[in-house]
Design a protein around this ligand. Sequence first.
Ligand code: FMN
Ligand code: SF4
Length: 484
Amino acid sequence: MWRPAQRIRWKPDPGAWPSAAEAAASRLFSPVAVGPLTLPARTWVPAMVPWRATDAGEVTPAVLAWYERFAQGRPGGMVVEATGIRDIPSGPLLRIGNDRFVPGLAQLAETVRRASGGSTKLFIQIIDFLSIRRRPARERYLREFLRLTPAHRDRLGAGGSSDGEVRERLVAKTDEELAGILSPREHEALRMGSRERVTDTDLAHIRDLPKVLPDLFAAAAKRAESAGFDGVELHYAHAYTMASFLSALNDRTDGYGGACENRVRLPLEAYAAVRAAVGRHFAVGCRFLAEDCIAGGSTVTDAAYFGAEFAKAGTDFLSLSRGGKFEDAKQPKIGEAAYPYTGPSGYECMPQYISDERGPFGRNVEPAAAIRRSVRAAGRATPIVVTGGIHGFHQAEALLAADQADLVGFARQSLADPDWFEKVRTGRGAEVRVCEYTNYCEALDQNHEVVTCKLWDRKDLDEPGILKTPDGKRRMTAPTWKPL
Ligand SMILES: Cc1cc2nc3c(=O)[nH]c(=O)nc-3n(C[C@H](O)[C@H](O)[C@H](O)COP(=O)(O)O)c2cc1C
Ligand code: SF4
């Protein structure tokens, strides 16, 4: 993973823990309205993909165990991992692109309801993404995959040569020389693996995204409603389709790119289609980026505009993340696909303990506050969820008191200890297993391996009935909390 050059080592510092009485009087443990729902607390578990679905995208016992364990900690809201809205193979990522996925998802919703005593409101994050290929071996790309064009012959001065001769001449060039012969996209396909973009409007399926996505999002949301979820979170963040429409890098000329008003158009159209498809008691919100954190990407000013537009359209909540883009991702190994959390923008998304002078804790708080101010200036009370490096009670309470956000997301901290919420609420914060922000979990995610936490992996492996990873070396869920 990329890290800031300063390499300053930060230690998580949750500060003092509250007594049960202090917690009861706190903002964090006070109820909050999220559209038609009332959450019992302003605590939120954001989406985290644990790579536990089947290759067909179905819920497994390991998926149920993962969410059951989070629900036992009774966060106010919880968002199920990014779940694909199309019925296409996408590895062990949950899917909701067909009615056959509904029974498994209904079981998931029921499991969470039971484990949280009905207190945690459950959302599912629904996502669309474009195709990305693995990085090819150099010779294979130049001999087989590259589509030869007259430009290649011109640049090589190989006018009368056969295709085979042109390809061999390309193979003989150094990588620097190839940069001057291949187009930028071809050179990227060679170095990183080819990746579709929302701006590839010469491809019919990309040109037609505005025609197909609203209905796909709406159908997925309807399935979530029938499976018993309390709401959906439209995934408009990170490296995926909708975030790419919102990005300042989107220069489509069909009314869906360029100025902010055009970039937000498709996300608003998808929201409107979803809203029209589901009932009034079902919450619809979205997650988007407070900042793209890449050269030429959207800024906080853009995001403040998007936030106000989403709020005016009637979204029930806005959850803010940051970064996590392909544009600055590390070059993958041959045979592997680029991963959008390996560059500086990835660092902003999941900041690690080795950091710069700003540190990894609360980097998204001020940007989120700016977006909240814009939403309030537009006359909307839409609740804002902020996430990123938050692990202490007073840290969370202070940002709520300063009106920087309305709900607080704890992703890795709730992975390290899903009982954070119950421990802190009952005055037992001293028993919290504090996340070290080492990103061991994120490395597993990057390798599409079953996600676990290094603080509970090898603990109490003899606990009766626990699920273990396929190699039998790690536990699949956090150890049971036995109050001291
Ligand atoms: C293993 C893992 C999987 C993640 N999967 C998702 C995801 O599916 N959707 C999403 O919006 N964010 C995802 N994230 C990002 C988190 O929701 C969160 O924004 C990020 O970890 C920063 O918050 P934290 O510092 O509280 O962990 C993931 C993070 C981790 C560690
Ligand atoms: S592995 Fe555990 S301790 Fe390390 S960053 Fe992930 S959740 Fe935190």
